[in-house]
Design a protein. Structure first.
Length: 87
């Protein structure tokens, strides 16, 4: 579906602080697994952060920003998996 990446992960937190905490947790866990981050982008108030790990790009939004950007709508034709699904 995309030449940019193999997977998009889209998630949200209730507050800017929660978004920052989610990002910190993801970075810590993947660093422990020796997965190299290619880039990090986002806004200054932590309402949206993008983590680029090459084959996986992770978007972490506040719920308000997630509803505004509606990235799931852009990828409506792509296969979707809920967290914890396999196969």
């Amino acid at each position: 579906m995309s030449i940019i990446t193999d997977y998009f992960v889209i998630c949200s937190g209730q507050t800017n602080r929660q978004v920052e905490t989610i990002v910190d947790s993801i970075e810590e866990r993947l660093r422990g697994l020796k997965v190299r981050k290619i880039g990090l982008e986002g806004d200054r108030d932590k309402s949206w952060i993008l983590l680029d790990y090459g084959s996986v790009v992770i978007h972490v939004f506040t719920q308000e920003q997630r509803e505004y950007y509606r990235l799931e709508r852009l990828w409506a034709d792509a296969p979707h998996r809920k967290w914890g699904e396999t196969g």
